[in-house]
Design a protein around this ligand. Sequence first.
Ligand code: S3P
Length: 436
Amino acid sequence: MSSATSAPISKFSGEYTPPGDKSISHRLAMLGALASGTSQFTHFLTAADCLSTLRALKDMGVSYQLEKAKDSLGADTDKLTVHGVGFSGLKKAKAPLDMGNSGTSMRLLLGILAGQAFDSTLIGDASLSKRPMKRVTEPLREMGAKISGVDDANFAPLTISGSQLHGIEWTNSIGSAQVKSAILMAGLYATRFTSVYEPVLTRDHTERLLKLFNATCDHRENKTSVRKTNMLRPVQFVVPGDFSSAAFFIAATLMVSGSDLKIVNVGLNPTRIGLFPILKRMGAFIQIEKLDNANEAVGNLRVKASQLKAVTLNKDEVPACIDEIPILMVLCALADGTSVLKGLSELRVKETDRIRSMVEGLKVMGAKIEEQGDECVIEGVSDLTGGTVKSYGDHRTAMSFMIAGLRAKKGIALDDVECITISYPSFQADLKRLSA
Ligand code: S3P
């Protein structure tokens, strides 16, 4: 466990390309592994979570290479070449598949493994072993999957026996893109149609990529249907920058007076950028320049320091900014007036209980913040004081506190920043480079 400090700076500025999108990188690795032929993904995210997916695929007989490459602007990036084994080509692993800290790996791979002709056991670290899996194992069982595990397959270790699946109609009432994606993946191996209905949209990267890989997938606004697929085609793809990673530096720019940041090639998928309308209501200066991209929207952003006002976040707005809520709490802690963030129950089952960890740390730093069930009420202060805070091994909590430290008079000391490698290994280097 390595600790770090963060303290006020005079401004946050420059030009910055966020790391590759984590959600898209996971999905590309999985679908590339199932394709018939070799796929290449530039700007692939080589963070710990995506490496967990790659390790599991390797354990099931998939070979790949990770190498350095240049992006469209000539900057260094990572390129993944995956040699797909074909739709039915995965092999039984010799040992349990270790998903590390990655909920996306465990949930999406459960969907794929449900349709294989062999048994698999999935394990994870202490945090992942406490995260609820019934939300995935229950609908997969409805499709005919045989799954056993702790507390009737609610927690890892989970053992899934390959079986013939059949399609279901399912409503995404908890608003989880991971669960939706697991069901769609399983649907590719199932007889009949599998249809997913979403009362509130969640990130739709799986649907978009399924089409690109030539799976039988009909993706409309609120409803997606997939059908049994026998072959996926290999794909060449440039991964957009991760909006959720960029959000920390959008916040840093807004918070530190005199700051001005240009963000290049960031993913602007409409199901991911729910933070924009919220920041707009708060009075943030953000200019969006959309670029052309066939499968996923991409663009450049210009952000300038802004005095923000309080905001009310409603439940239906949460899925489109689920990973940005910890950093939104930091912004609300420094905004004029009292913010109310509603419908946050899903934050309690992330890598840590993010409501609890954020409220605890922000209170230590002098914020006026209270949790009330699945709501959070935050009365803005003009500056935070600072102190010693804990990330509880959660990458997004850790990055949120590192950014909050930029406006804490005495600065902060954070117990564990190692966890940041889960999604953003170059966070500290980028933070340092853009700080003056
Ligand atoms: C993800 C979906 C979200 C998000 C997570 C990544 C994905 O989780 O919080 O970081 O890649 O599908 P839920 O689907 O559990 O909300």
